[in-house]
Design a protein around this ligand. Sequence first.
Ligand code: CTP
Ligand code: MG
Length: 166
Amino acid sequence: MQSFDIITLFLLLVLPAYVANAIPVILGGGKTFDGLIRGKAFGSNKTIRGFFSGIIFGTLAAFAIAMALPAYMVMPYVIFGFLSSLGTMAGDLLGSFIKRRLGIEEGRPFFLDQVLFIIVALGFGYPVLGGYYTAGLMIAILVLTYIFHVLFNVIANRLGIKKVPW
Ligand code: CTP
Ligand code: MG
């Protein structure tokens, strides 16, 4: 197993998920999953295009990052990127599903908004890069992801990219 310094490892584990999580805000729109099932499962903000654009761009980000890795890690890392992007979008849907069941309206804040996606993303990526998951690193990822998420959403809101600052 290749060894990386802690910051590199941190970035390798989170970047595809961060990209997947951010992209639907920009590229989302169109038909919702709820429209597909003709019921209220995830709410009016979870679109099919948002879901797939997150997976595609998260995987592309992993592909770009993989170019800087040793050749034998390119394929595993791209697969990790795909799985963690898929996990991000699945976690995002799960979060909305939980919010709707609790009666929390679309776009209203909820404590899982900032971290559920990264937890599910890391879970999905575990079969590939789980060997790198140490307890300390997992705690650092949770804490810093929370902070970054809050910061990025405030900035995206100020820039007019996002309707609400969370
Ligand atoms: N988005 C999308 N498709 C997805 C996920 C997100 O189009 N599968 C877009 C929507 O425009 C959404 C925005 O990204 O409004 C922000 O996503 P998020 O904060 O995850 O959703 P909320 O609007 O807060 O809705 P919820 O309360 O269900 O979390
Ligand atoms: Mg939200």
